[in-house]
Write a protein that binds this ligand. Structure first.
Ligand code: PLP
Length: 448
């Protein structure tokens, strides 16, 4: 295990926009189809975050107040998976950077704290947000409680039912959490009319939270993934890892992370991408992993789409399955999102990252193997990255290559034990790729 001294914790976030070989495509206004300006986003986000969204400064100072809270759980530990390596009988060296030791149990606190801070600075009293598996909602609930901001969370119905303890975490930290679709917004009411048993989706919960924020002056909206400023805040993970890998006298041949909206993957991968872009490590492979049943990068289109179901958000150029697509109810609720971070999509489009998908049964098999060798009960989301890490290590066993594999471990699965119970009882099945639904949803893409 490699511990970093608190005095060596990064005091700047890394902004990949300074180093992209081609700039990101513009974000478009849903009404006019023209690039949006800061004033279009001002009703929803504090100006500091809007500036970060478009900044091309390479390094962005982490405010002292944010660093103080980071120091209650960071730097996080870099592990080497010796026991897993042994069990796989592989010459590969497997490292993982574990974000599950944050109070909220995942990487999400890294941006929740920063977002709550900037909103507080702007005098905002209340924040509305969505959550899938509940990890984002609980992280933001904690962030808001630290800065004395009211927090309302629209939680995707299927996860609300599957993971009741996440709601209790949010409530304990002082937030209000309701299942989405909810009767509290037009977006929610419309869906409930059409489909009373709708399991919900991240895209729909975003519509509800955006509508809530847009309709109140004292309220901003907060997103836990996808946007550039969110990925920026997560780079603290990769910056720490670079120092820790140096301490371990190792350098990754392969970096792997799971992708819902792309934030934990990017948080680990973007600092390494800097080396890849500068020519220091052109051979490095950076692999994103998504569910087979929600495969936006591997099977979606790279085009302009809304971030939410209803079509309230600006248009982002990204890999998408269509904003009206409601993914199957897999246990990795945090990966049930139709779109992908524009930065990750852009890098994928430039051929700088590889994309893979994994089936639900395979990820639980990997999760249980990881638990029995490394001890950690991983989130089902994270287990997608573990699955592909194991697969790559098994390839090394075949080829005899001693590759260095780095897995972004985004969080623990202590609130996902119902899913583990189902797997252990043999009740987990694979959802295949819902081709027909995706075809239908892609017909609803906005024209630009
Ligand atoms: C939210 C979440 C994810 C997926 O979101 P990203 O923005 O893609 O990181 C993955 N793992 C965990 C533990 C999460 O909480």
């Amino acid at each position: 295990m490699w511990f970093l001294d608190q005095k060596d914790m990064p005091d700047k976030w890394y902004n990949i926009q300074a180093d992209l070989p081609e700039p990101l495509p513009p974000v478009l206004h849903p009404g006019t189809g023209k690039p949006i300006g800061p004033e279009d986003l001002a009703p929803l986000f504090p100006m500091e975050l809007i500036k970060q969204e478009v900044s091309t400064e390479r390094w962005i100072e982490i405010p002292d107040e944010v660093q103080d809270i980071y120091r209650t759980y960071r730097p996080t530990v870099l592990h080497r998976a010796y026991n897993l390596e042994k069990a796989l009988d592989t010459p590969a060296r497997i490292f993982y950077k574990y974000e599950g030791t944050s109070q909220a149990g995942s990487h999400k606190l890294n941006t929740a704290v920063a977002q709550a801070y900037y909103n507080k600075q702007e005098g905002i009293k209340r924040i509305a947000t969505e959550t899938g598996a509940g990890q984002w909602g609980s992280a933001l609930a904690m962030g808001c409680s630290f800065f004395d901001i009211e927090c309302k969370v629209y939680m995707v119905r299927i996860s609300y039912d599957q993971k009741p303890y996440r709601r209790i975490l949010m409530e304990t930290w002082g937030a209000q959490c309701i299942p989405s679709p909810s009767p509290d917004t037009n977006a929610g009411r419309d869906m409930l009319k059409k489909w009373p048993d709708c399991p919900g989706s991240l895209g729909l919960a975003i519509s509800e939270a955006v509508e809530d924020a847009a309709s109140r002056d004292d309220t901003h909206y907060s997103l836990g993934s996808v946007l550039n400023h969110v990925l920026l805040h997560q780079t603290v993970i990769g910056e720490e890892t670079i120092m820790q890998m140096e301490m371990a006298d190792a350098y990754p041949d392969i970096v792997i992370g799971c992708v819902g909206g792309g934030s934990n993957f990017a948080g680990q991968a973007l600092p390494w991408m800097r080396d890849k872009l500068s020519g220091k490590s052109p051979q490095m492979r950076i692999i994103s992993v998504e569910p087979e049943s929600c495969p936006k990068i591997t099977k979606g289109m790279y085009t302009y789409d809304f971030g939410d179901v209803v079509g309230l958000t600006p248009l982002l150029k990204m890999h998408t399955l269509g904003h009206t697509f409601i993914p199957p109810a897999i246990h990795a609720g945090g990966l049930r999102y139709h779109g992908m971070a524009p930065i990750v999509s852009h890098l994928n489009n430039l051929g700088l990252i590889e994309a893979r998908s994994a089936h639900q049964m395979g990820i639980f098999e990997a999760a249980v193997m990881f638990a029995r060798t490394e001890g950690i009960i991983s989130a089902p989301e994270t287990s997608h990255a573990i699955r592909i890490g194991i697969d790559e290590a098994l390839k090394c066993r075949e080829s005899g290559e001693a590759k260095t594999i780095l897995i972004a471990h985004s969080g623990h699965g202590h609130f996902d034990l119902t899913s583990y119970a189902k797997y252990l009882a043999g009740e987990i099945t694979n959802f295949s790729y819902p081709e027909e639904e995706v075809k239908k949803a892609l017909q609803d893409l906005p024209r630009v």
